[in-house]
Design a protein around this ligand. Structure first.
Ligand code: PMP
Length: 308
């Protein structure tokens, strides 16, 4: 039977043994940064492929730098630990790894300095996060601003902003929220970057529009350039521009590449994934399960010990 393991306080332990105290700083104040890494199961070769693991750990280090947290492990070591966890846990389905650097001191007082940090990693089975095609609405919640909590750092506390938007969308009958930034321009989904296609051009908000600089997004942009000869245009996008876009899709570690077929009750294009979205989607899904030789450097194989 697969059993989830975690890296906790410097050791690999069963997930059930990884517990923090109620006074932990991160639990009280949201003072942690985290990552999500996909382990995509490939049935044919009985292997889990960790997608762009190194880039995720590098972003964890960047998020830590923004919050002045010390990371006690090198990126190389974190990669080794992640592979060991996957192999030891033995899942034969899609999984999700959650690395986190958190303020671990059990002490009250709002601040970032003079507190200890710890690194943990856990994993869990994780099937598709959004439906095959998604219906969105524009959130009444604005995306947090770099002048408040910087969204390019993946801070746990920021996800209250995302959760407000996601819940509002779901309770209103939509699959996902599109958040505008303080200037009223399109920013991102609650846990995804957003792209639109207009007249054959691939367009996304700029890194200064209060988005997380997505690793899935960067991968899809590379595929568009190398395989379809389409260069990305980064610029501000208005809400009403989404209503007349030919195609829209979202990208994210949890959501992969998800076509958006409706925004605020306006059908996007024909109401079906458009040609550029479909081509990118095919290319992307091959890459993430280790089926593309050209992009094999994006995938780290891990073989579940119990599956062999
Ligand atoms: N924006 C937000 C707010 C997210 O939480 C995520 C998921 N990490 C993304 C974008 C997509 O980033 P990535 O492709 O690196 O997972």
């Amino acid at each position: 039977m697969p059993t989830p393991y975690a890296y906790f306080q410097g050791n690999i332990v069963p997930l059930s043994e990884a517990k923090i105290g109620v006074m932990t700083h991160a639990f009280n104040y949201g003072t942690a940064v985290f990552e999500g890494i996909r382990g995509n199961w490939n049935e044919d070769d009985q292997t889990t492929y960790l997608f762009r693991m190194r880039e995720h750990f590098e972003r964890l280090v960047q998020s830590s730098k923004i919050l002045t947290f010390q990371v006690h492990q090198t990126v190389d070591r974190l990669c080794e630990i992640a592979v060991e966890l996957v192999e030891k846990s033995g899942f034969t389905e899609d999984i999700y790894l959650r690395p986190m650097v958190y303020l671990s001191t059990e002490q009250l007082g709002v601040r970032l300095h003079n507190l200890e940090s710890e690194t943990l990693i856990f994993l869990t089975p994780f099937p598709a996060y959004l439906p095959e095609t998604a219906r969105c609405h524009t959130s009444t919640w604005r995306r947090v601003d770099d002048t408040g909590i910087p969204p390019r750092a993946k801070v746990t506390g920021i996800y209250v902003n995302s959760a407000l938007a996601k819940t509002e969308a779901n309770l209103n009958g939509f699959d996902e929220a599109i958040m505008l930034n303080a200037n009223g321009h399109v920013s991102e989904g609650s846990g995804e970057n957003i792209f639109m296609v207009r007249k054959g051009k691939l367009i996304s908000p700029t890194p200064a529009d209060n988005v997380l600089e997505g690793i899935t997004a960067a991968s899809v942009v590379e595929l568009a350039k190398n395989e379809l000869g389409i260069e990305l245009v980064e610029r501000e996008i208005d809400r009403s521009e989404l209503y007349i876009a030919d195609e829209i899709f979202m990208t994210g570690t949890a959501a992969h590449l998800t076509p958006i077929v409706e925004v605020d009750r306006r059908t996007v294009g024909t109401g079906k994934p458009g040609p550029i979205t479909s081509q990118l989607s095919h290319l992307f899904y091959d890459c993430i399960r280790g089926r593309s030789e050209k992009y094999s450097q994006w995938c780290t194989p891990a073989r579940a010990r119990v599956a062999r």
